[in-house]
Every structure is written in structure tokens, then in C-alpha cells.
Design a protein around this ligand. Structure first.
Ligand code: PEP
Ligand code: MG
Length: 572
């Protein structure tokens, strides 16, 4: 029977394929005593052998689909599987205590994990993370449950999952994964943002897909309207194929604007930039006619691996982006880890409210060596293009000053070492915490630019978790409270002769664009796949006309009123 579900439209496009459930099974280990020790040892050996061959396949596939760097994590897992220091105590325990292999494995692994994690040594902490992952895999084999990895998918499918972590999402191969649907998450959760970068149609926050959709069912994902059709009949499939074709046609019309500047109907130029996560994304930026990179989320360089990237690796990545951009403005954000972005090898204490915790610049200022390494790599890469650096999650002026001081110290050191660095790097901040938006006039005297991160600014202003679909109605970019903060930031920057960009998802929204134009936003940065649509819209708008509506819009009372006002204006 055909069934229609709905969620939050997270990434444009339409896909029709078989469902593939990506599940994270719970592994419950009970202690039992065994009578046949040899049989138990054989069972353990067989689980080890199966895990090994599975890891070898995943490693080879990851190397082929992604790159060797991402595949390295699986080499580390294979090393753990053959480590006698770990395996010896497990088999000893089975033999001497007559316990089942699951229990012996879990007890021994937990002992090593605890030991390594307590050491003040990054390398040992990484080993703890490896042991945890490998133990999970072997336990799954012993318990007869399967563990899935998105990189193993070799069929055209639509992934159905409770949630996808950002590291699951980086493993998605758009060649096979035609779309995804999750029960939790919002439009600005990072899996949704990555889906837009990979141009995979997605619907998130659909709440009931895991309880409704079984493996192999045919599913339609409509990432344009946030709809999901399960078991569609032939007529529905035909209708969606038509919708897909007309969306493709629309995209080809936008594509004709690729090499044009973004100029309003009254001759005002704004810059349309893209948000990227890895150097590989630059190809898409240029294909979609991006004039700049308004946000390079460097944290993805730190994810999907089992140790910090070295200064050299970072230098390579940053230089590659700058060279590909060929002197076009490139804003690189320093490490923004925390919230929904975790590093497996950085075992930080669990926090009650990670989005309000030790994250982003707070963590970088605490882990100064790690931060200095990134700044050095950026400074060295600066000679290869038009680099601008910004710090995430700045809440106070002191944080900015401290970060800037470290930047200047690293710059001075490099100069002393006669290493060439650019002297024209602008240093700005993300405005994503209300305190900073309110104090923009003070910040504007010291920073070179602002980039408004509305994904977080809305989350913190409305006190509504951006990952929680139950409060997603509070993600209100058009709420006058948000618009007034945005105006405050733009005006403050202009007063000091500085510029303001926006790199939150709001910058690519068709209702937000006319408002932001009227407010005087200088740079709009969005998923590369949204650029041409935005350009086509901006070319039809008059800046002067939009300015004349700003006061009226800002004095409206609710988000809905703002939306209706703008719709009426733009459909006139
Ligand atoms: C933001 O918060 O708006 C932003 C662009 O940063 P991120 O989505 O990576 O938190
Ligand atoms: Mg943010």
C-alpha cells in the first residue's frame, strides 16, 4: 500500500530507489560459563577472521571511493585485530576463567580502553578509540548481528536511518546512495548540510521512517518539498519522474548564469560564495559559478580518521583550496569541533549540553598547540591565494583578542624562520552567538569582517536545538528578532568600513535573500548547489526597492508575517 510521510526538506532533488536501512545495533554482552574451551576459542577465531576480511574490504573500497587518508583509519583497526598484547589476555581469560568469548573480549577491551584513555598522550587516546571500534565489530560477529558501513553500499539505494553522523555522511558515495531519510535532525544539522554539498536529495526529521520502511521497499524522496512516498504505485512514480525532469530542466536554465556576476536589476553587485567541507568540494563551487568561498569548514579535515592532521597535511589541504580558487576570496574557518561534530580520537568528557559546552574557539584556546598548528598551516598556505581567516563561536571580545594574538605570534615566528606568509590576510569572526551580534559595534572596531552563522545564531537566540526535530518550528530565520540582530551586525560593520557576509543556511533561502539584500549584506555564502538559483533571483531584484521595505519588515511581529510580506512583494 502506498504511504506518504513527511519531514524537513534538507537537500534538493528527487530520488526513487530501494530502501536500505542503516542500523546501529545494540550489543548486549552477558557473562556465561562455557564447558568446551576449544570450541569457544574457535568461535572467537572465526569472529576475528570475519572482522578482518570485512575491514579489508571496507578499507579497499574507501581508498577507491574516497582517498587513502580516509582509508587509513581501517588500517589502524586491522592492526588492533592482530595485536598479541590484546588478543593474548582475551584467550587467556577464556581458558582460565571458562567464560564466553564475548565477555572475555569486552572485559579485556574495556580494561585497555580505560588505561589508554587515562593517559595524557594523544597517541594512546587514539588507540583507545581504535580498540573501541574493533571490539564493536568483533562482538557483532560473535553475537550474530550485522554492522553496516555506508561505504559498503554497492547498489542504488535510499538510506533510511535514525540519524547519520557527519562521519557516516562523508562515507556516502553519491553514485550508489541516491537519497537519504532520517528520523531525527533539522535543516541545519551537519548531515543535511553535507547532503547539499554532495547533492544527494534528503529529507530529515521524518520521525517515523525507521518504524515504517523495511529494506527493499521502493521509496521516493522529494527533497524539494520534504515528502517521502513509500511503495508508490506506477502513476505516482510517473508523476515524480516528471517532477524530477522539470527540476533538472530548471537547473539547466540556472546553469546559463554560471559565468555571470551577481548584479541586481539596479546595478548593485553582491558576492555569492559557497560553503565547503573539503578541498574536493571546490570543483562543485566552480561548476556552480561561485565567486568566493564564504566558509570552509576545516573540521572535516580532522574527522573520519584516528589522529590529528599534521601541519603538513593541513598545509596541503588549505593550499589546494586556495590554488583552485585562483585568487578568489576564500574564507577559512578555524576548527569548529563539538556540538554534533565529534572527533573519535579526542575523548572529551561527556557534557550535558554539548552545543553550549567546550567547543569551537573555546576548545582551540584550551588546546593551544593544536590551534597553533592549524594557524601555522594556514599562514604558510596564505601565499597561494586570497585567504581570509575566521574564528567560530566567538562570544566575547577577549576570545577574539586571544585568538588573534596566537595568529600574530605564529605569523611572527614564521617570518623569523624566513617562511613567506601573506601580509594581507583578513581576520574576522563568525557571528553566531547573540552576545556578539548585540555587541557588533564594539567588535567591528577590531575585526576585519563578520560572517553571520545563522544556523547557530538562530539556535541560540531562540533557545532551540538545531538537531531536534521536535523544536524545528523554532528555526525561524525570518523572525524579526533574528532580522534585527542581522541588521545590527551589518550596520555596525559598515560604520567601521568593514564587510559582513552570511554563511548560515539562511543566506541561500529565497525568502531571506530579498530581505538580506535590503539590509545591505555584502556576501552570501551557501551550498554550492544553491548559488545559481540565488543568482537568478538576485538579478531580478532591486536593491533600492528592497531597502525601502526594510523598516516595514523589521517592525512586523512574527516570522509568518515577514514571510507573507516578502512573498507578496516578490510574486507581485
Ligand atoms: C552556522 O552556525 O551558521 C554555521 C555556518 O556554522 P556551522 O553550521 O558549521 O555550525
Ligand atoms: Mg556554527
Amino acid at each position: 500500500m502506498t504511504q506518504k510521510l513527511s519531514g524537513i526538506a534538507a537537500s534538493n532533488g528527487i530520488a526513487i530507489a530501494k530502501a536500505f536501512r542503516l542500523e546501529n545495533p545494540e550489543l548486549i554482552v552477558k557473562k556465561t560459563s562455557i564447558s568446551n574451551i576449544n570450541a569457544e576459542l574457535a568461535r572467537f577465531d572465526s569472529a576475528m577472521a570475519q572482522s578482518k576480511s570485512e575491514l579489508e574490504t571496507i578499507k579497499a573500497q574507501t581508498a577507491q571511493q574516497m582517498n587513502d587518508e580516509e582509508a587509513a583509519i581501517f588500517s589502524a583497526h586491522l592492526l588492533v585485530l592482530s595485536d598479541p598484547e590484546l588478543l593474548g589476555p582475551i584467550t587467556d581469560k577464556i581458558k582460565s576463567e571458562n567464560v564466553n568469548a564475548e565477555f572475555a573480549l569486552q572485559e579485556t577491551a574495556n580494561m585497555f580502553i580505560g588505561l589508554f584513555e587515562s593517559m595524557d598522550n594523544e597517541y594512546m587516546k587514539e588507540r583507545a578509540a581504535d580498540i573501541r571500534d574493533v571490539t564493536k565489530r568483533v562482538l557483532a560477529h560473535l553475537l550474530g548481528v550485522s554492522i553496516q558501513s555506508p561505504s559498503m553500499i554497492k547498489d542504488e539505494v535510499i538510506i533510511i536511518a535514525e540519524d547519520l553522523t557527519p562521519s557516516d555522511t562523508v562515507q556516502l558515495n553519491p553514485h550508489f546512495v541516491k537519497g537519504f531519510i532520517t528520523d531525527i535532525g533539522g535543516r541545519t544539522s551537519h548531515s543535511a548540510i553535507l547532503a547539499r554539498t554532495l547533492e544527494i536529495p534528503a529529507v530529515v526529521g521524518a520521525k517515523t521512517v525507521m518504524s515504517t520502511i523495511q529494506n527493499g521497499m521502493i521509496v521516493i524522496v522529494d527533497g524539494l518539498d520534504g515528502d517521502i512516498i513509500v511503495n508508490p504505485d506506477t502513476e505516482t512514480i510517473a508523476r515524480y519522474k516528471e517532477k524530477k525532469a522539470s527540476y533538472e530542466l530548471q537547473k539547466s536554465e540556472w546553469a546559463t548564469l554560471k559565468n555571470e556576476a551577481t548584479i541586481t536589476s539596479d546595478g548593485h553587485h553582491v558576492e555569492l560564495g559557497a560553503n565547503i567541507g573539503t578541498p574536493k568540494d571546490v570543483v562543485g563551487v566552480l561548476e556552480h559559478g561561485g565567486e568566493a568561498i564564504g566558509l570552509y569548514r576545516t573540521e572535516f579535515l580532522y574527522m573520519g580518521r584516528n589522529q590529528f592532521p599534521t601541519e603538513e597535511e593541513q598545509f596541503e589541504a588549505y593550499s589546494s583550496v586556495l590554488k583552485q580558487m585562483d585568487d578568489k576570496p576564500t574564507v577559512v574557518r578555524t576548527l569548529d569541533i563539538g556540538g554534533d561534530k565529534e572527533l573519535s580520537y579526542l575523548q572529551l568528557p561527556k557534557e550535558m549540553n554539548p552545543f553550549l559546552g567546550l567547543r569551537a574557539i573555546r576548545l582551540c584556546l584550551e588546546m593551544e598547540d593544536m590551534f597553533r598548528t592549524q594557524l601555522r598551516a594556514l599562514l604558510r598556505a596564505s601565499v597561494h591565494g586570497n585567504l581570509k581567516i575566521m574564528f567560530p563561536m566567538i562570544a566575547t571580545l577577549e576570545e577574539f583578542r586571544q585568538a588573534k594574538t596566537l595568529f600574530l605570534e605564529e605569523k611572527a615566528k614564521l617570518k623569523e624562520e624566513h617562511i613567506e606568509v601573506s601580509n594581507t590576510i583578513e581576520v574576522g569572526i563568525m557571528v553566531e552567538i547573540p552576545s556578539t551580534a548585540v555587541m557588533a559595534d564594539i567588535f567591528a572596531k577590531e575585526v576585519d569582517f563578520f560572517s553571520i552563522g545563522t544556523n547557530d545564531l538562530i539556535q541560540y537566540t531562540m533557545a532551540a536545538d538545531r538537531m531536534n526535530e521536535r523544536v524545528s518550528y523554532l528555526y525561524q530565520p525570518f523572525n524579526p528578532a533574528i532580522l534585527r540582530l542581522v541588521k545590527n551586525v551589518i550596520d555596525a560593520s559598515h560604520k567601521e568600513g568593514k564587510w559582513t557576509g552570511m554563511c548560515g543556511e539562511m543566506a541561500g533561502d529565497e525568502i531571506a535573500i530579498p530581505i538580506l539584500l535590503g539590509l545591505g549584506l555584502d556576501e552570501f555564502s551557501m551550498s554550492a548547489s544553491s548559488i545559481l538559483k540565488a543568482r537568478s533571483q538576485i538579478k531580478k531584484l532591486s536593491k533600492v526597492e528592497m531597502e525601502s521595505h526594510t523598516d516595514a519588515i523589521l517592525s512586523l511581529s512574527t516570522s509568518d508575517e515577514v514571510e507573507s510580506y516578502v512573498r507578496a512583494l516578490t510574486t507581485k
